[in-house]
Design a protein around this ligand. Sequence first.
Ligand code: C2E
Ligand code: CA
Ligand code: CA
Length: 530
Amino acid sequence: MNKPAAVLLTLVLAITAVSVPIWFAVRQSERQAFETVSAQAMAYARDVLLRADETGDQITAGVERLARDHAAHPCSAASIDAMREIDVGSSYIQAIGHVRGDTLVCSSIAGNETALALGPVDYRTKAGAAFRRNVRFPFAPQRSFVVVEIKHFAAIIHKDLPIDTAKSASDVSLAVLSAQDPAPTTARGYIDRAWLGRLGSRTEAVFEDGPHIVAVVRSKRYLTVAVAAVPLRYLRDRSSDVAQRLVPIGLAAGVLLTLAILHLARSQMALPAAVRTALRRKELFLEYQPVVDLRTGRWVGAEALLRWRRPTGEVVQPDLFIPIAEQHGMIVRVTRRVLERVCEDAGAYLAGNPDFHIAINVSAGDFHDPDFLEGVHAALRGMGAAPASLVLEITERSLLDPDVARSTTGALRRSGFALAIDDFGTGYSSLSYLESLELDYLKIDRSFIEAIGTEAPTSQVVQHIIAIARDLDLRMIAEGVESHAQADSLRARGVQYAQGWLFGKPMPFAALAEQLERQRRQEALAANAG
Ligand code: C2E
Ligand code: CA
Ligand code: CA
C-alpha cells in the first residue's frame, strides 16, 4: 500500500472509530428512553385501571346490598340508613340512592326530602347497568358526576376520581373507557378510541402513536379499559438526557480507538524504515543452531539465523522483519549483511575446519539479483574457505519461477555450493519439478516432526517425505527435533541429520565454537583411550 492510501485508510478508520460508538450511544439512549417512558405510561394506565376496578367493586357491593335488603321499601328509614352507611364506608362512591324513571327519589345525601333530576341514560350495558356520564346536582353545580344505575339503585361517582393519578404530569392523557360505550366514561386530555383496537386479544399494550406513547390495559373483571398517553416530548427529554451522559463516553472511546489506530498505523508504516535503519546501523546479527549427525551425535554444521537488536535492547525475531525486507526490496541487502556476518563470526573457523558447514537462508529476491552469485563467492574468498563450507537453504516458495530456479541452482551447484530445500512439505512443488533441480539436502519442516507419534492427521507425512527424499537421492535434515522419541524415530527411518532444541538452541558463534572444541577434545580422548 502506498503512503497516501494508507493515510486515507487511517483517516476513514479514525472517523468510523469516533462515529460508530457515538451512533451506538445515541441509539442506545433512544432505546432506553423509549423503554423508560413506555414503562411510565404503563404504570399510569395500570393505576387508572386499579381505581376503576375498585370503583366498580364498591358500586356492585353497595347496590347488591340495597337490592337484596331494601327492594320492597327502597326509601324507608332503614334503607336510607343503609345508603348512608355504604356512602361513608366506600371511598369512591360520593352518594347512593333509589331511582324512579330519571329521578333520584331518595339518597344518602338528600334523604327523602329532595328528589334530584338525573337526566336521560347515556347507555346501557348488556348486563343491565345504566350509565349517565355527565350529571350535575344543584348542591355542586360546577362539578360533573357519573351515575351508575343497577336494579333501580344508583351510585354517584366523582368523575375525576378514577383518573386522579399522575397529578404532577398534567399533560398525560388518561381515560377509562367502556368496551360497549363509544364515549369515554371519564377522560382527561386527548384520547383516541382507535387505541383500543391495538390491544387485540392482549390485556396490555404499549405503542407509539403520533405525538404519544400510549399504554392500554384491559380490566379482568369489568368491560373497562384504562388508557394513558404520554407526550413524545418526554421521550426526547429523556433520550437527550441519556445521550448527554453516553455521548461523552462514546466520544472518549472513539478518541482512544483513533489514537490506537494511529499508533498502530504509524508503527506499521515506520517498520520498513526501521528495517532500513537497522541495516545501515548494523543492528542485525546472527545466531547459530547446530546441525547434528543423528548416528554419531557430532555437530557437522550450523544454520545461521538472523536477529535484530533494536536500540531499546529488544531482540526481534526474523519472522517479523524478513517478510518486510522481502516486500520492500531490502532482502538482497539483508542477505549481503548475513554473508558479511558469517565471515566475521565464522570465517576463521570455516577456513580451518573444511568438514564443517554454515547454512544460510536465501530468499526468492536473491535469485533475481544478478550480483548474488558473485557476492557469495566474494564472501568465501574473504574467509579463505571452500565452497562446500556454505549450504544455501531455499524454500519451496522461492522456487516458484522454474526458469530462474533451474538456472540459479545449477550455477550455484557448479560453483561447489551445497543446496538445501527448506520447510519441505509446506509448499506445492511437484515431484517432477524438484527432480529437475540440482539439490543436496531436504529439510523436513518442523510441523511434520511435531506430529510424529501423535494422533495428528499429518503424523504419517514424514514417511512420505522420507520416501521422496530417497527417490531424489537427497540427504535429509529434520527440523525442530525436541524429544529423544522424535530423534529415535527419525534415526530408525534413516534420516541422517537433525536440528532442534534437543541438541541446541540458536546461540552466538562463540558459544557454538566452544561446544565444538569440547566435542573435539572428547573425541581425541576417546580415540587415545581406544
Ligand atoms: P527456518 O529456516 O525454518 O528456521 C528454523 C526456525 O525454527 C528458527 O526460527 C529456529 O529458531 C526454530 N527452531 C529450531 N529448532 C527448534 C525447535 O526444536 N523447536 C522450535 N519450536 N523451534 C525451533 P527463527 O530463528 O525464528 O527463524 C524463523 C524463520 O526466519 C526461519 O525459518 C527462516 O525462514 C527465516 N530466517 C531466519 N534467518 C534468516 C535469514 O538470514 N535470511 C532469510 N531470508 N530468512 C531467515
Ligand atoms: Ca532455514
Ligand atoms: Ca525450515
